[in-house]
Design a protein around this ligand. Structure first.
Ligand code: NAI
Length: 733
């Protein structure tokens, strides 16, 4: 069938082709954007587009993206950030709903052809079509991630999705913002057909043609096209969904899970749940009205603003080039092969993640058995992916084929970068650095994954200190989103640019910080951990401290975190901090006693908590026995615990910025949230200080200093900002 060129369409976001059978192909291609967004332009052009389709008397319509890598990536977040009142937000949601209702109102079949991401408004667009066909490509992922931006789907998603796939799967998908791949989407009944990427357009047109024919025969659009797979539902799931008490039970269970997971800090998932629940027992229009009202309220909530700030900052950081002092952009060197020293927890993680991203990896450890642990780590990681059907077995074999292990330096000569993750010991770091330099090229980058040792000191052992840089990963490496790149006075710009390029290819959000003990993340965390131990020594209970900080918004309490990190590691970091900052890190005798008591935390099954078979149990009461007040614990109010710990963190962060180790408040916020679990809804330590007001922060620090310890002496920067009425992000308070 030949395509006939139709009259030019005076629209910018859409291109229209209609063939001789009246099958229209609408190509969505927002001008000037890398990806399609459900922007104001796209929504405003929907009405004239539909009018034109009706005028042309088309028989069926295919929507497909003109962008090579995605369908529609979601609503334009910048448009959302411009909303000033809840009414404006509600109107925006209604405009989106109306635009998509126009697709649904077409009297001819509509087919949505998706390759790549269909997120948020993109998936809502697809849901308004009759038939969805997706490519089997791994990049094809469907999701409604609005709750991650503090919002809910606002263009009909909370209404159409539960009606299509059932309430429970819709709750799971919307409340978690989960990304659904092609095969799963078909099983869930979310899409009708999965095809190879190359066939997408042809198959979509074929489906449109079949549907047009069936429509002509039936006199109406068939409800379920022939190839639609019904959602696989169990009898139990159907009972839950179909009966009023069943739905109430489902709602209450979801509510309970939510309370446990997000507490009271995030309103969006609660509103999403209410809106989805409303989809039963109410008309579609009533459902849309509640959805728009909730969306409006959320657009102006503090939480949504903070989450959007994080989104903008991290998006900006993904593509920010590294610039030399004179402002010129510095190009990274090409990296194809990476040597990893140490096949332990971190080395194994770094090797695995790098192989996953296509780097050739050579892991060296003291002996083959230790080096092989990295291969075992990788095997487990890729097997899991195969099991989840994210990759095929041959893809696992290919990734594993990129990784080899050794107890010698063979194969290091051709490495473009070496990342060391050996024990945290300066003498050892110097030794491996010298060994590596004896075999590698002079322009091979040497990156250290030390958690706290100054990179400048490590570089003192180097023949080419300009090639030495810190690449501080977080555990577990494949999951944690942050990479802290540490540069010394001598690190060459191309080396920084290369570390950034590798980190980004590994999927990390990277911050570049100056050198110093503990850099940024370890040092700010150490300040908080030190205060944690002080609060504990003064009589607070293990669970009281953990609960208070979870209520503050951290994902795990600090006592649990010390157990996870290990008492030995915590002690090493504290010693480094005390050496560097003396009186500002006051460590009590009891804290030393605690750290030398033979407890290591989870790794030897003895920490603040008990561990049986690797599973965390109750508080280990014997941990109190060496402490003043013994087992007689008395918790200060949660607010006092939260203030002491959070202010210790924020004050230290301010000093790190003042010293120029941090380059910007933005990097400090992203580093704390992505690396340390600082509560995202607060926007990070710097945004949080802006919210509190810098003068109020200074006053509270002075109170804390008077009541508890001189370590709360406010950072000079804060005092100066308070005097000048400044904030970290501009504007005054
Ligand atoms: P680990 O104890 O699991 O692994 C260290 C590995 O280094 C062991 O396999 C050991 O055999 C190997 N090794 C020792 N001497 C060696 C040599 N001469 N040549 C080659 N390999 C040698 O330790 P982990 O936790 O992986 O830590 C490694 C580094 O990463 C440390 O500097 C640590 O401070 C840092 N780090 C650790 C984090 C964590 O959460 N565990 C987080 C961020 C950084």
């Amino acid at each position: 069938m030949t395509m006939t060129a139709s009259k030019p369409l005076a629209l910018e976001a859409f291109k229209l082709d209609i063939d001789a059978d009246g099958i229209a192909v609408v190509t969505i291609d927002l001008p000037g954007e890398k990806v399609n967004l459900l922007s104001e332009k796209l929504m405003s052009e929907m009405e004239p587009l539909m009018l034109r389709l009706t005028e042309e008397d088309v028989k069926a319509v295919v929507f497909i993206s003109g962008k090579p890598e995605g369908f529609i990536a979601g609503a334009d977040v910048k448009m959302l950030a411009r909303v000033r009142t809840a009414e404006e937000g509600e109107a925006l949601s209604k405009a989106g709903q109306d635009a998509l209702n126009r697709i649904e109102d077409l009297t001819v079949p509509t087919v949505c052809a998706i390759h790549g991401a269909a997120m948020g408004g993109g998936l809502e667009f697809a849901l308004a079509c009759r038939y969805r066909i997706v490519t089997s490509d791994a990049s094809t992922q469907l999701s409604l991630p609005e709750v991650q931006l503090g919002l809910i789907p606002g263009a009909g998603g909370t209404q159409r999705l539960p009606r299509l796939i059932g309430m429970e799967p819709a709750i799971n998908m919307i409340l978690n913002g989960s990304k659904i791949r092609a095969d799963k989407a078909r099983k869930m009944g979310l899409v009708h057909e999965v095809v190879p990427k190359e066939l997408l357009r042809d198959r979509a047109v074929r489906a449109a043609r079949q549907l047009a024919r069936a429509t002509a025969d039936l006199g109406h659009i068939p409800i379920k096209p022939a190839s639609a797979k019904r959602p696989a539902r169990t009898l139990g799931a159907l009972m839950l969904q179909a009966t009023v008490p069943g739905r109430a039970l489902m709602y209450n269970t979801a509510l309970k899970t939510l309370k446990k997971k997000v507490g009271n800090h995030y309103p969006a998932p609660y509103m999403a749940l209410a809106s989805i629940y409303h989809s039963r027992g109410h008309s579609f229009e009533e459902g849309l009205a509640l959805e728009a009202e909730s969306f409006g309220k959320l657009t102006v909530s503090d939480v949504a603003r903070q989450l959007q700030n994080i989104f903008f900052a991290s998006t900006e950081m993904k593509s920010e080039p590294w610039r030399a002092k004179d402002g010129s952009v510095v190009k990274p060197h090409a990296v194809a092969k990476i040597g990893v020293l140490g096949g332990g927890l971190m080395g194994g993680g770094i090797a695995t993640l790098s192989a996953d991203k296509g780097y050739r990896i050579r892991v060296k450890d003291r002996d083959i058995a230790s080096a092989s642990k990295a291969a075992a780590y990788a095997d487990k990681f890729f097997s899991e992916k195969v099991k989840k059907r994210h990759i095929r077995p041959y893809e696992k074999d290919m990734a594993m084929g990129l990784l080899s292990v050794t107890d010698q330096y063979t194969g290091f000569k051709t490495c473009d970068m070496v990342i060391e993750a050996v024990f945290e010991d300066m003498a050892l770091k110097h030794k491996v650095l010298a060994d590596v330099e004896a075999v590698t090229r002079p322009d091979c980058v040497f990156a250290s994954n030390t958690s706290g040792l100054p990179i400048t000191k490590i570089a003192e052992g180097s023949k080419h200190p300009e090639t030495v840089v810190g690449m501080h990963y977080f555990s577990p490496v494949e999951k944690m989103p942050l990479l802290e790149v540490i540069v010394t006075e001598k690190t060459a710009d191309w080396v920084t640019a290369t570390a950034l390029a590798v980190g980004r290819k590994q999927g990390k959000t990277c911050i570049v910080v100056g050198d110093g003990p503990g850099f940024y993340t370890t040092r700010a965390l150490a300040a908080m951990m030190n205060e944690t131990i002080r609060v504990f020594v003064e009589g607070a209970s293990v669970e009281g401290i953990d609960q208070a900080m979870r209520d503050f918004g951290f994902p795990v309490g600090p006592m649990t975190l010390i157990d996870e990190v290990g008492f030995d590691v915590a002690k090493k970091v504290l010693v480094t901090m005390v050496e560097a900052f003396g009186h500002r890190f006051p460590v009590t005798d009891e804290a030393i006693l605690l750290f030398e008591s033979g407890r290591l935390g989870r790794k030897n099954g003895r920490g603040f908590y008990t561990y049986e078979g690797g599973k965390k149990g109750e508080v280990d009461l014997t941990v109190y026995d060496q402490m003043p007040y013994g087992r007689k614990r008395q918790d200060p109010s949660p607010k006092v615990i939260q203030d002491r710990l959070a202010y210790a963190f924020m004050n230290e962060a301010a000093m790190i910025l003042e010293e120029g180790v941090l380059r910007s408040p933005r990097d400090g916020d992203i580093g704390a949230i992505f690396g340390l679990g600082f509560p995202p809804f607060l926007g990070g330590p710097f945004r949080h200080m802006d919210t509190i007001g810098i003068a109020n922060v200074v006053n509270r620090l002075r109170d804390l200093k008077q009541s508890f310890s001189k370590s709360f002496e406010p950072a000079k920067l804060l005092v100066q900002m308070a005097e000048e009425g400044k904030t970290f992000y501009g504007g005054s308070n």
